[in-house]
Design a protein around this ligand. Structure first.
Ligand SMILES: NC(=O)c1ccc[n+]([C@@H]2O[C@H](COP(=O)([O-])OP(=O)(O)OC[C@H]3O[C@@H](n4cnc5c(N)ncnc54)[C@H](O)[C@@H]3O)[C@@H](O)[C@H]2O)c1
Length: 276
C-alpha cells in the first residue's frame, strides 16, 4: 500500500521543478493527480517559465507509474479557471484529498525600486493564486467527508526577510497567514493545513542569470559554479542547494496518515538557513 493510496491530489505549478516532483512522488505513493500550470511567461519574472512540453513530461511521468492524471494549462491568477480545472478533475477522478499549493514566481529588486507590475504580479500569483487554489479545492474535500491535507509552499523567505525580494517575502509570509487561518477554519472537517519553507532549491527558478546576479552582484557574468559557494554560505549544513525531492518527501509525509494530527505547522526544509 502506498502512503496516499487511492487518494486524489491537486498540484499547482506541476509542469516542472518542485510541482512535477510532487506529482510524481504522490503518484508513486498511490495517488491520482489533478495538475495545473500556466505553461507561459509572466513578463516581470526575469527567467524563462515553463512551456506546454514541460507539462506533457509530467503527464508522461505520472502515467508511467500507472496513475491517472488530469492536467490543464490553467493560471492560478484566474479563479474561474482554477475552479473549472479542479471540478473537471474531481468529476473524472471521483474525489479530492490532498492539495499541493505550489505555483509561484520570483523577481528581484530593492523594496523601494520594485515596479507596480513586479509587486502586483507577485501578489496575484504567489498569494492570491494560493487563496484561489484553496478556495476552489476545499469544497470538494469537504464534500468527500473524509478529511484531507493542504500543503502550501511558502519559503525560507516566508519566515524571514531577505534583501532584494520584499514582494516575494511579503507574499510568502501571507501564505503562512492563509495557512494558519484555514487550519482553524477547516479543522472541524479533519482537513489539515501546513506550510513548507524551502531554502534554495535546485530548480530553474534559481538556475538563471537573474538569480545569479542577485547573489553575485560583484561579478559581471556569474555562472552556476560561481554561485554554489554563495548558496552554501546561506546554509548551516555544508551543501549549496536542496533538491525538489527533499520538499516532495516532506509533502508526502504531511499529506499522509502519518501526519494525521499535524496541522498549522511551518516546516523548514532549508539545510538550516533559518537558524543562521
Ligand atoms: N527554487 C527555490 O529556490 C524555491 C525556494 C523556496 C520556495 N520556492 C517556491 O517553490 C514553488 C515551486 O518553485 P520551483 O522552484 O519549482 O520553480 P519553477 O519555476 O521551476 O516552477 C514553478 C512552476 O509554477 C508555475 N507557475 C507560475 N506562475 C503560475 C500561474 N500564475 N499559474 C499557474 N502556474 C504558474 C510555473 O509555470 C512553473 O512551472 C514556488 O512557489 C516557489 O516560490 C522555490
Amino acid at each position: 500500500m502506498g502512503r496516499v493510496e487511492g487518494k486524489v491530489a491537486f498540484v499547482t505549478g506541476a509542469a516542472r521543478g518542485q510541482g512535477r516532483s510532487h506529482a510524481i512522488r504522490l503518484a508513486q505513493e498511490g495517488a491520482d493527480i489533478i495538475a495545473i500550470d500556466l505553461c507561459g511567461q509572466i513578463e516581470s519574472a526575469p527567467y524563462p517559465m515553463s512551456v506546454p512540453a514541460d507539462l506533457a513530461e509530467t503527464i508522461q511521468a505520472v502515467e508511467a507509474l500507472d496513475r491517472r492524471i488530469i492536467a490543464t494549462q490553467t493560471d492560478v491568477r484566474d479563479f474561474d479557471a482554477v475552479n473549472k480545472a479542479v471540478s473537471d478533475g474531481v468529476a473524472t477522478l471521483g474525489r479530492l484529498d490532498i492539495v499541493a499549493v505550489n505555483a509561484g514566481i520570483t523577481s528581484y529588486g530593492g523594496a523601494i525600486d520594485l515596479s507596480e507590475t513586479m509587486w502586483q504580479d507577485m501578489m496575484d500569483t504567489n498569494l492570491t493564486g494560493a487563496w484561489h487554489t484553496v478556495k476552489a479545492a476545499v469544497p470538494h474535500i469537504i464534500a468527500g467527508g473524509r478529511g484531507g491535507s493542504i500543503v502550501l509552499t511558502s519559503s525560507a523567505a516566508g519566515l524571514k526577510g531577505f534583501p532584494g525580494i520584499a514582494h516575494y517575502s511579503a507574499a510568502k509570509h501571507g501564505v503562512v497567514g492563509l495557512m494558519r487561518t484555514i487550519a482553524q477554519e477547516l479543522a472541524p472537517h479533519m482537513i489539515r493545513a501546513n506550510t513548507v519553507h524551502p531554502g534554495c532549491v535546485d530548480t530553474l527558478m534559481i538556475n538563471n542569470e537573474a538569480t545569479y546576479s542577485l547573489f553575485a552582484p560583484d561579478l559581471s557574468a556569474p555562472t552556476r559554479e560561481d554561485l554554489l559557494p554563495r548558496f552554501e554560505s546561506l546554509n548551516v549544513l555544508p551543501i549549496p542547494l536542496i533538491e525538489a525531492i527533499d520538499v516532495s518527501n516532506a509533502l508526502i509525509f504531511l499529506a499522509s496518515h502519518e501526519a494525521r494530527y499535524i496541522t498549522a505547522v511551518t516546516l523548514p526544509i532549508d539545510a538550516g538557513t533559518l537558524i543562521k
